[in-house]
Write a protein that binds this ligand. Structure first.
Ligand code: C2E
Ligand code: CA
Ligand code: CA
Length: 704
């Protein structure tokens, strides 16, 4: 039974295939194959309708609807379907043996029903689609309205509640709306802003670029800009802001509104100004400090052509004494007074005074004629300092040394200029202070060289760059070598052998003389040991070493370690170091003397010592300065020098001291000095300072 309604089965298939082809004329076979299954339900419906005794209009309409459902909604579809039905109904869709004429007549009615069903289905589908679009459009509209509303509400909330000031201005920059924060920034009333043009709100501190950026924005050239801008509030006070202005365009892209966001930076700015003031001014005197001064100096030395600068670098003489003796408070008050006086000296345009720190001040003058200007400035400063300062009822004399650098802008950097002024100030100080000196490139170069040597000294000691030469001390009576003076030298890696006159003063200034002197003592004593005690050794002692509390202990230890008696050592100390020395200073020398170490008064005759004072000095040798032996060298000998030597010898005899003469260069000189009663001589006539071995040879030669 199952197969009977569908027989012949291939009739339905053939019809469906023919129908599909009819609907897709010229289409490739795959497209036809694809359409077939979608038409099959409709084909089956048509067959049912044709086979019914009374053709079923419902089945026909359903077939029409099925066509629409199969996406065959083309207007041609119905016509082609009807043709196909007409030609195939009899052969493909009828019962076996059915009357073809009857079938064709039925096909006409079924076709009409199909057309109706097709039209209905098409209408329904269109309606449904339209409804869907309308619904979607409506939905979309609702959503848009809601979103707009929400965004507007949000904008309102932001606008009103924002801590940032906001205004909206029209295309001509007239301010149309302002928010609460903006109103508050301007003192509580929006009258200062509403209806006014932004371009009216100028301020003297406006940079040129503020208004250039504004014009560009209004002209649509830029979308936004950000500037720091000041405004004057209605009460006259200044409002500093960070202002960001953005351009809002209309639908056609034309500039429409300006949206300004403003942040009040007045307090931050004041704080910054205060911090900047504190960072650039000296807390004690209120003067500009090193930082600010350096900024100004940098500007001055980099100024344009024809511009010059003059710098006075002032350091008070003896300020440390005031601080140490009267206390820091008095010192501070003195500095404040000096600062006030200096400030009064530099009031002209282009002049400034600053405190670099401690008791160091600078005064700067700039302009085209600083050559004369700086001279006047230095004079004014010296004058200002000349009146004593009264502190706690005491009158303090203030003196200062000034180093001056003057020159054209554009040649040297600020640091170099400052250093040159500093160096020059030191030169003024070493020349006795209370004066001003002008910078001199050669003096600067020497000072820099000295500075380099000074900084290299500590490493030189560690690296073993020092060595000692020995110069024999000869007994004038018999010409035998009694000892030798140890003289230190520095084998500098770049400069070769550097003499003690060049580096001993530097070592004294930095304190390195103490370890260096100890090293020389160690080496010299060890060398005396090598000589088996046959020669005494003389070692120079710097006045700084006298202040070293370890001097006596170190000397004792060094002698003990070498196994030498104290008598084998003579320490030479310059006369000037001991003139007027307090007992305290002399104590270590006295201890050493008591131990048996000889003490020689070096460079005797140059220190203007009070001869009577010699008695209290723990010395056993007077070493007459070279300058006196020089006069003995000439022939005839300088009668004054001869008298001096005679006098010194007589004095030495009275005090029980022996006399050594230095700088003996000729045999005649040696002979004359012997006749004058000197005990020991040293000089090139006998030997130049040399390696310890050369002494050994001399001693051996003596022995022969
Ligand atoms: P000084 O103690 O007066 O040493 C004598 C200086 O005269 C030495 O110079 C020596 O080379 C030089 N001299 C020796 N004989 C003659 C001569 O016949 N004619 C001339 N024109 N000069 C002669 P030097 O070695 O350059 O030492 C210079 C100074 O350096 C020394 O003067 C001494 O004050 C200091 N010095 C040297 N070594 C040391 C040391 O180890 N410690 C300390 N504190 N000072 C030292
Ligand atoms: Ca000496
Ligand atoms: Ca000497």
């Amino acid at each position: 039974m199952t197969g009977s309604p569908d027989t012949p089965k291939d009739g339905l298939d053939r019809f469906t295939t023919a129908w599909s082809r009819a609907l897709l004329p010229g289409a490739p076979p795959e497209a036809v194959r694809e359409l077939r299954p979608r038409l099959l339900p409709a084909a089956r419906g048509l067959r049912e309708a044709l086979r019914a005794r009374i053709p079923d209009a419902v089945a026909g309409r359903a077939a029409g609807a099925a066509l629409v459902a199969a996406d065959s909604a083309d207007p041609e579809t119905v016509g082609r379907t009807l043709e196909c039905l007409d030609s195939h109904a009899a052969c493909c869709l009828g019962h076996e043996g059915a009357d073809p004429a009857v079938l064709r007549a039925r096909a006409v009615r079924v076709g009409a029903a199909l057309a109706t069903g097709f039209a209905e289905a098409l209408r329904d589908r269109t309606t449904t689609e339209q409804r869907a679009v309308a619904r979607a459009a409506l939905g979309a509209q609702n959503l848009a309205t809601q979103a707009l509303h929400e965004s507007e509400a949000r904008f309102r909330a932001v606008f009103e509640g924002a801590a940032t000031g906001i205004w909206i201005a029209g295309p001509d920059s007239t301010i149309l709306q302002v928010n609460g924060a903006m109103t508050r920034m301007f003192g509580g009333s929006d009258k200062a802003l509403l209806g006014r043009r932004f371009t009216e709100l100028t301020h003297p501190e406006d940079g040129a670029q503020t208004w250039r950026l504004h014009d560009e924005l209004v002209g649509g050239v830029r979308e936004h800009y950000r500037v720091e801008k000041a405004f004057t509030r209605p009460d006259g006070t200044v409002l500093w802001t960070n202002l960001t202005v953005s351009l809002l365009r209309d639908a056609d892209g034309r500039p429409q509104y300006q949206l300004a966001l403003m942040e009040d930076t007045t307090e931050r700015r004041l704080l910054n100004l205060r911090l900047r003031y504190e960072a650039t001014h000296d807390a004690l005197t209120g003067l500009p400090n090193r930082v600010l001064f350096f900024e100004r100096l940098e500007k001055a030395v980099a100024a344009g052509e024809g511009q010059r600068f003059g710098l006075c670098y002032l350091d008070l003489d003896g300020f440390k004494t005031v601080n140490d003796s009267l206390g820091h408070q008095a010192g501070d008050r003195l500095l404040v007074e000096v600062a006030d006086r200096l400030q009064a000296c530099a009031t002209a345009p282009g002049e400034m005074v600053a405190r670099l720190g401690g008791d160091e001040f600078v005064a700067l003058t700039t302009g085209t004629d600083t050559r004369r200007g700086v001279d006047d400035l230095a004079e004014r400063i010296m004058n200002a300092l000349s009146t004593p300062v009264c502190i706690d009822g005491r009158e303090l004399t203030v003196r200062g040394s000034i180093g001056i650098v003057e020159g054209p802008a554009g040649e040297r950097g600020a640091a170099e200029v400052l250093r040159s002024a500093d160096i020059t100030m030191y030169r003024a100080k070493s020349a006795g202070g209370n004066r001003f000196e002008f910078a001199d490139p050669e003096a600067d170069a020497r000072a820099i060289h000295r500075h380099r040597l000074t900084t290299a000294l500590p490493a030189a000691l560690e690296n073993g760059e020092f060595f000692i030469e020995y110069q024999p001390l000869v007994r004038l009576q018999d010409g035998s070598v009694g000892g030798a003076e140890a003289l230190v030298r520095w084998l500098h890696p770049q400069q070769g052998v550097v003499g003690p006159d060049r580096f001993i003063p530097l070592a004294e200034r930095t304190g390195l003389i103490v370890p260096l002197g100890r090293w020389v003592l160690e080496q010299a004593v060890r060398q005396a040991r090598e000589w088996n005690g046959a020669l005494r050794v003389n070692v120079n002692l710097s006045p700084c070493q006298l202040a070293d509390p370890g001097l006596v202990r170190d000397t004792e230890r060094i002698l003990q370690d070498a196994g030498l008696p104290p008598e084998a050592l003579c320490l030479e100390i310059t006369e000037s170091a001991l003139v007027g020395a307090e007992d305290e200073v002399l104590r270590p020398l006295r201890t050493l003397c008591d131990m048996g170490v000889d003490i020689a008064l070096d460079d005797f005759g140059t220190g203007y010592s009070n001869l009577a004072g010699l008695r209290r000095l723990p010395v056993s040798v007077l070493k007459l300065d070279r300058s006196f032996t020089r006069g003995i060298r000439t022939s005839p000998a300088d009668p004054v020098d001869v008298k001096i030597v005679e006098g010194v010898v007589r004095l030495a005899r009275t005090l029980g001291l022996s006399v050594t003469v230095e700088g003996v260069e000729t045999a005649a000189q040696a002979e004359r000095l012997r006749q004058l009663g000197c005990d020991t001589a040293q000089g090139w006539y006998y030997a130049r300072p040399g390696p310890p071995e050369s002494l050994h040879d001399l001693v051996l030669a003596d022995a022969c």
